[in-house]
Ligand binder design. Structure first.
Ligand SMILES: CC(=O)N[C@H]1[C@@H](OP(=O)(O)OP(=O)(O)OC[C@H]2O[C@@H](n3ccc(=O)[nH]c3=O)[C@H](O)[C@@H]2O)O[C@H](CO)[C@@H](O)[C@@H]1O
Ligand SMILES: C=C(OP(=O)(O)O)C(=O)O
Length: 428
């Protein structure tokens, strides 16, 4: 057994109470990368304390950026930033490290980066990022696992993305901010985190319009200064707690959310029979015993998010009837299936489609978090399983959930973050 901490869960406690959602990982990571382009201090509020955020802070620090905390606000000052090779080790630690490409190229005109790492949910190439930058005048070579990208001042271009990639849209928006002239990105990703990036950049003096729509226009400016920004709530963390309430047949009020961002999840939960009540900045989820299976397909926003697919699968595994999940975004995002099967789920895979036959109950087991959302799905399964579950390799979960165990415990779950509880669970 590895020396890594584990999460132990004793299932069967309906979750009740209120939980506050943290700032969004997928919003704060591009925002931190974007801060590399500013020459004044940026004050960023509601930054979650996650491994990925700490890695991004380390990347920035290694590039000469001063980063510090002041009463819960992150202060980032990139005045003295320099372009340098980001260590291959840091690049490997998360996928979002690739988001420094656009900002570094835009400000310093050259970058050398190794391939980014991250969860193994698909091959995740960067061709769309590089193709767009090439249209803006960048030259690149890829050798020995490194990208070397160069440009004099980038120039505005009309770019049509073959697929609305979140990361490519973000990298190209950032690259275009300091480019000469206007850049138009067509078939851009419409995720709420892209709107948050636009708002942050505009607070620094950028001229970005259209985020959240298919076409984004960026008028290049010569410099970005400092500014203040409050990060949007994490819709995937919120969705995970919505499923936690549903799967335990509990009653949970989830605060600090933008209900509109959760519409695709809310719609699917309601289809299963779960009660979802929306307020201005909160959502209440009331679970029901009679839940039925449904079909869903992951799609770019505003479709059902791939980052909620594993959690939803855990719920459907214990919902009556047959459900079908099609994963259209990542070609290898079904690694949780084997682990859910170990807990008694009846799931069959046919390529990118999972066919789930609902069972009456799951039973606890030793399972492994194979990636971030696979890990949260296993915790959800453990919350309703008949006995003790132990989730290993939780470093994946710590990439994307702030204080998950504490938040679950506050809602009445029997969850613990160490080794000793494992014996208690199985010693009974
Ligand atoms: C930090 C962050 O925000 N991560 C999110 C972001 O990841 P990320 O930005 O990596 O996701 P993309 O939208 O870029 O990827 C979606 C699909 O496009 C493919 N692709 C992407 C770029 C490219 O150049 N070529 C290419 O083929 C990918 O392999 C994948 O199959 O959006 C994903 C899709 O909503 C989410 O699951 C991730 O949580
Ligand atoms: C896949 C995810 O993140 P990343 O793109 O950072 O790997 C995720 O948040 O579920």
């Amino acid at each position: 057994m590895s020396g890594e901490r584990r999460i132990s869960i004793k299932g069967g406690h309906p979750l009740e109470g209120t939980v506050r959602i943290s700032g969004a990982k997928n919003a704060v990571l591009p925002i931190l990368a974007a801060s590399l382009m500013s020459t004044g201090p940026c004050r960023i509020k509601d930054v979650p304390n996650l491994t990925d955020v700490r890695v991004m802070i380390e990347v920035l620090s290694n590039l000469g950026v001063k980063v510090g905390w002041e009463k819960g606000t992150l202060i980032v000052d990139a005045k003295e930033a320099r372009t340098d090779e980001v260590s291959a080790d840091l690049m490997r630690r998360m996928r979002a490290s690739n988001l420094v490409l656009g900002p570094l190229l835009s400000r310093f005109h050259r970058v050398r980066l190794s391939h980014p790492g991250g969860c193994s949910i698909g091959s995740r190439p960067m061709d769309l990022h590089l193709k767009g930058l090439h249209k803006m005048g960048a030259r690149f070579v890829e050798r020995f696992g490194y990208f070397e990208v160069e440009a004099e001042r980038l120039k505005g271009a009309d770019i049509h993305l073959d697929f609305p990639s979140v990361g490519a849209t973000e990298n190209l928006i950032m690259a275009a901010c300091l480019a000469k002239g206007t850049t138009v990105i067509r078939n851009s990703a419409k995720e709420p985190e892209i709107i948050d990036l636009q708002n942050f950049l505009n607070a620094l003096g950028a001229k970005v319009r259209g985020a959240g729509l298919d076409v984004i226009r960026i008028e290049g400016v010569s410099e970005l200064g400092g500014g203040c920004h409050h990060v949007i709530p994490d819709r995937i963390e919120a969705g995970t707690f919505m499923v936690a309430a549903a799967i335990t047949e509990g009653d949970v009020k989830i605060t600090n959310v933008i209900p509109e961002h959760l519409e695709p999840v809310t719609a699917k939960l309601r289809e299963t029979g779960v009660i979802v009540q929306e307020e201005n900045d909160a959502i209440r989820v009331i679970g029901t015993k009679e839940r039925k299976g449904i079909d869903l397909k992951t799609m770019p926003y505003p479709g059902f998010p791939t980052d909620m697919q594993p959690q939803m699968m855990a719920l459907l595994a214990v919902s009556e009837g047959t459900s079908v999940i099609s994963e259209t975004i990542f070609e290898n995002r079904f690694k949780h299936v084997d682990e859910l099967r170990r807990m008694g789920a009846n799931i069959r895979l046919e390529g990118r489609v999972a066919i789930i036959k609902g069972v009456d109950s799951l039973s606890g087991a030793f399972v492994e978090a194979t990636d971030l959302r696979a890990g949260s799905a296993l915790i959800l399964a453990g919350l309703c399983a008949e006995n003790g579950t132990v989730v290993e390799k939780i470093h994946h979960i710590e990439r994307g959930y702030e204080n998950l165990v504490d938040k679950l415990v506050a809602l009445g779950a029997s969850v613990q973050l160490d080794d000793t509880y494992v014996d208690d669970v199985y010693g009974e």
